[in-house]
Design a binder for this molecule. Structure first.
Ligand code: ADP
Ligand code: 5GP
Length: 202
């Protein structure tokens, strides 16, 4: 497989983690790029699987050492970034890299990887629905939810900078659309659906 990257970006609560997880379960040669972050683990998150959790000091040291492909201070005091070592690790295995990054990160990755990249903006049906989803997720404090919503309106203005926009209304339809995008860009077909459904039940 040629060196390729797919990027999913969205305001927080739009559903990109849900869609990205679905794609990772259904395509063999897609691999999630584990970002580094200085924020604390949330819910069931595991170090090395969801993020590489670093202290702010460690994060800043790695910025100084030029270890990041890109990084952003997505929320004040909370840094997120893609380590160069992560990109090399996944490409060395012949896999397509799957990025879940904020909207600025998505635009930067397009600039860095150009034709090797395909960028998808996940858009919630409305900001009200996005807020409801964030509350229903139940993983963020009231303050964190407010911060995320306050940022969302500006984030929505980035949609036109992406290769395509996927409105995440009915989840099953979003899954199907996202699968088609992966197939178009990578040439891979999703795995047998029946097998996946059986595994989920088990
Ligand atoms: P993000 O990664 O963009 O912050 P998540 O994938 O965590 O968003 O989704 C936020 C919440 O909304 C989760 O609880 C998820 O289960 C739910 N969700 C995602 N997509 C939909 C959808 N199409 N319809 C209803 N709920 C959804
Ligand atoms: P969360 O705290 O909800 O996990 O993530 C907050 C935001 O940071 C999300 O929009 C997420 O996509 C983004 N993010 C995660 N990793 C990276 C990264 O490596 N780079 C950038 N720019 N954003 C990231």
């Amino acid at each position: 497989m040629a060196k390729k990257v797919m990027v999913f970006s969205a305001p927080s609560g739009a559903g990109k983690t849900t869609i990205v997880r679905h794609l990772l379960e259904n395509f063999d040669n897609l691999e999630f790029s584990v970002s580094a972050t200085s924020r604390a683990p949330r819910g069931q998150e595991k170090n090395g699987r969801d993020y590489y959790f670093l202290t702010e000091e460690e994060f800043r040291k790695r910025i100084e050492n030029d270890e990041f492909v890109e990084y952003e201070e997505v929320y004040p005091g909370s840094f997120y970034g893609t380590l160069k070592s992560e990109v090399e690790r996944i490409w060395a295995k012949g896999n397509v890299i799957m990025f879940d990054v904020d909207v600025k990160g998505g635009v930067n990755i397009k600039k860095i990887f150009g034709e090797k990249s395909f960028t998808v903006f996940i858009q919630p049906p409305s900001l009200e629905i996005m807020e409801q989803r964030l509350r229903a997720r139940g993983t963020d404090s009231e303050q964190a939810i407010k911060t995320r919503i306050a940022k969302a309106a500006e984030e929505m203005t980035y949609a036109a900078k992406f290769d395509t926009v996927l409105v995440n209304d009915v989840l099953e339809e979003s899954f199907a659309k996202a699968e088609r995008l992966v197939t178009l860009f990578t040439g891979q077909k999703p795995k047998n659906k029946k097998k996946t459904a059986a595994r989920k039940k088990a």
